[in-house]
Write a protein that binds this ligand. Structure first.
Ligand code: ADP
Ligand code: MG
Length: 323
């Protein structure tokens, strides 16, 4: 069985062109560009909780980094550096090698240096810390939404949650449908280019990791506003549309996690700028509703039908400490 140091040398030591010093010392050395703030976030993937234990290890490595890149996208930050802490039940080198390949392919695609980490024995767990750069005053934050803003979302929602439901027997999908949904769950594509293109245009942003209603609710709380989104306008794949009548599909659309799309708000006069930014980023965006003025205690998302009537609430978000 390989030693901890062999694993590090073989699988986690790579070129770090954006860094002064990478893997191999007690700490890495990095230097942000002049006039930039550092954007720092961490996200953990726990085996059996955030991914199925039999998941393709390449997808686990990809996803561990991709979900962190999604946080950079939501801040309008350029991702630059990452650390990777891993706990492994045993030094299964084939698993580690495949996981590291998935991680590094994603890192190269987005220009991220793996500059350090920690490798230890324990229940399967990957903890990535990501560091990016953003001109401090141009960061996209959750607290900038204003009444009247248009609400937008990138890509389509709900497919990843559909894959989880199918796996748990909550909905029956054809094998090809299952595969497509599983792909969205296992290989999220963070919207980094869109986040960068929206600097100076969007007034607030968040990435949809726990479900649209819940995550947009976080913008509402931080910005002290309410959000009204129109059910009919929510972008979904052909797959989800085929199952639209199923309660599981509706819950996936509104409250399913793992989409890693961006939800953001912008002034209506910036509508054309948003459309242009999305074209530059080659990312589909859809205007789904409006930010509303409201009173304390009502800083939340309401889902309405095309006549403006509220849609009955469904399960609308994921919380690790709720049933
Ligand atoms: P220390 O004992 O000083 O914490 P370690 O022996 O844990 O150092 O790690 C040696 C070097 O390898 C350090 O530079 C550390 O950042 C790096 N490292 C350890 N595990 C990983 C990993 N999974 N991915 C990337 N770098 C790692
Ligand atoms: Mg260490």
């Amino acid at each position: 069985m390989p030693s901890e140091f062999e694993l590090i040398a073989r699988h986690f030591t790579h070129r770090t062109p954006h860094s002064l010093l990478g893997v191999g010392d007690d700490a890495a050395l990095i230097r942000p560009a002049r006039g930039h703030a550092l954007a720092v976030a961490a996200d953990m993937l726990v085996g059996g909780r955030h991914f199925f234990m039999d998941a393709d290890p390449g997808s686990v490595g990809h996803k561990a980094l991709a979900v962190n890149l999604s946080d950079m996208a939501a801040m309008g930050a350029t991702p630059r550096w990452a650390t990777l802490g891993i706990a492994l039940p045993k030094a299964d080198e084939r698993w580690v090698a495949a996981m590291a390949r998935g991680f590094m392919a994603c890192a190269r695609q987005y220009g991220v240096d793996l500059v350090g980490g920690d490798t230890t024995r324990g229940p399967l767990n990957l903890c990535v810390q990501i560091i990016g750069e953003v001109p401090a005053r141009r960061a996209l934050r959750r607290d900038g939404a204003r009444p009247g803003d248009e609400i937008w979302v990138s890509g389509t929602l709900g497919d990843a949650a559909l894959a989880v439901s199918a796996r748990r027997g909550g909905i029956r999908l054809k094998p090809a449908e299952r595969k497509a949904a599983q792909r969205r769950l296992d290989w999220p594509q963070p919207r980094v280019a869109l986040g960068l293109a929206l600097r100076g245009i969007a007034r607030s942003a968040i990435d949809v990791s726990d479900g649209l209603v819940a995550d947009l609710g976080h913008i509402c709380e931080r910005s002290k506003v309410a959000a009204a989104v129109e059910l009919e306008r929510l972008p979904c794949s052909a797959l989800l549309r085929r199952h639209r009548g199923h309660p599981v599909a509706l819950a996936a659309l509104l409250g399913g996690g793992n989409d890693y799309e961006l939800c953001f708000t912008a002034a209506p006069r910036r509508h054309a700028d948003v459309v242009r930014a999305a074209a530059v980023a080659e990312t589909r965006v859809t205007c789904i509703g409006r930010v509303l003025r409201t009173t304390e205690g009502a800083y939340r998302t309401v889902v309405v039908d095309c006549t403006g009537l509220p849609v009955p609430p469904t399960r609308t978000g994921f919380d690790h400490f709720q049933p």
